[in-house]
Design a protein around this ligand. Structure first.
Ligand code: GTP
Length: 387
């Protein structure tokens, strides 16, 4: 029962997210294999319907098709890390796509009538390379491949086409045509890099924020919620009480003469008692309750939907467990105060009243559970039962 359920839920959530990650990696593996298989199919179809004079396709595409088919098989085998597969996939695609671009400019039909249709038609593959490299390699890898593609293309275009700009007006049109294409490529680079940068940064910030929030609301020694988180929870429960009139009680637990354990056996021994008490509260408190390390050897259990009698019974049970168990290997006792939120109370009034009960319990000789309120004070039956 109690917060062990919450703990179990956390582990279940961790398991759930781990298996989600595994399924996503599986999905990504299939997607990579699909891209490689499609690449292989594109090479083979292009080879079947090739221009017989095109040596690049005649000799290169069967080889590339086989390589991409092998890549698909290698990806599906699942033995290599996806990061490596991504790099090999993008690297091969870059070599082939940029190689083909260079071929068009330098070897295929330099400055012939077919150059622009051929080169222009090939640019969709260059665009795909830019977007794909950002998606698969992230911002840095995408910037390298995208920058390389754009730089190489500008170099090729300007070295082949621009020198002939004055020869006739067709070549001038070609320059405008190529300038437009490169502006489109630049748009691809800007859009893809921004999207990937935002995706990665947002993911990092969300992950760090989650960890920081967890650290900020957790007591590092006991692992329970800390005082700040407890105060926030109390404030929320207080609002619910005000609006809907639901009962709300708190139990304040303070170890008796805890200083003596520290003094006699050292701080680590004292720490082990605190951890053991926190574990007990985590185990025994109800799911809807919140156990908080209020400070030092003081713990507050906030019990929503709980009236004073129920809270007193719960406190008596905690008291019995503290005195019955050997917390951290020591016979310890504790004094507990109990209080219920009353009409007109603010959260700090409730804390003040439970603190008063604790103080009275200490004054009365410790090892007791005291309940205070406008219907009179009460002392639980388990009080003073321990040695
Ligand atoms: N080991 C350990 N001790 C702590 C920690 N935080 C506070 N303490 C000690 O807890 C002790 C609390 O002592 P007091 O509040 O004076 O009370 P007590 O000795 O428990 O006596 P009563 O409350 O009057 O029964 C102090 O000696 C603190 O140094 C901690 O995280 N670890």
């Amino acid at each position: 029962m109690g917060q062990s359920q919450g703990k179990r839920d956390s582990w279940q959530a961790i398991e759930h997210y781990r298996s989600t990650l595994a399924s996503l990696a599986h999905y990504r593996r299939w997607s990579n294999a699909g891209v490689a298989a499609l690449g292989s199919a594109i090479f083979l179809i292009s080879w079947c319907y090739r221009d017989p004079a095109d040596v690049f396709i005649a000799w290169g595409y069967p080889v590339f098709g086989a390589i991409f088919a092998g890549l698909a098989w290698w990806t599906l085998r699942g033995r290599s890390r996806l990061v490596l597969i991504d790099r090999v996939l993008v690297g091969l695609a870059a070599v082939i796509i940029l190689g083909r671009l260079a071929w068009h400019y330098l070897v295929g039909d330099p400055l012939g009538a077919n150059l622009m249709p051929l080169v222009g038609g090939h640019y969709w593959a260059v665009g795909l390379l830019i977007v794909g490299s950002f998606l698969l390699l992230g911002f840095q890898g995408g910037a390298i491949v995208g920058g390389l593609s754009l730089g190489l293309s500008v170099l090729l275009a300007s070295s082949v086409v621009v020198p002939c700009i004055d020869v006739d007006s067709t070549r001038c049109d070609n320059v405008v045509y190529l300038a437009r294409i490169h502006l489109f490529l630049l748009v691809f680079v800007v859009l893809s890099s921004t999207a990937v940068l935002l995706r990665d940064r947002t993911r990092d910030v969300v992950a760090k924020l989650g960890v920081l929030e967890e650290v900020a609301r957790t007591d590092h020694l006991s692992g329970l919620s800390n005082r700040r988180a407890g105060e926030a929870f109390l404030a929320t429960q207080f609002e619910l009480n005000r609006r809907y009139g639901h009962p709300l009680s708190v139990i304040l637990i303070d170890l008796d003469n805890f200083k003596r354990i520290n003094d006699a056996y050292g701080h680590p021994a004292g720490d082990s008692v605190i951890v053991a008490l926190a574990d007990m509260l985590r185990r025994e408190a109800r799911d809807v309750d919140m156990a908080v390390r209020w400070g030092g050897d003081e713990f507050l259990v906030i019990c929503p939907e709980t009236g004073r009698e129920d809270a007193l019974r719960t406190a008596a049970r905690f008291h019995s467990l503290i005195t019955a168990d050997c917390l951290g290997g020591f016979d310890v006792t504790a004094t507990l105060g109990v209080a219920e939120l009353q009409w007109g109370d603010r959260p700090e009034d409730l804390i003040q009243r439970v603190d008063e009960q604790l103080y009275r319990g200490k004054e009365a000789g410790r090892n007791t559970v005291r309940l205070g309120g406008d219907r009179g004070d009460a002392v639980a039956e388990s009080s003073q039962s321990a040695p």
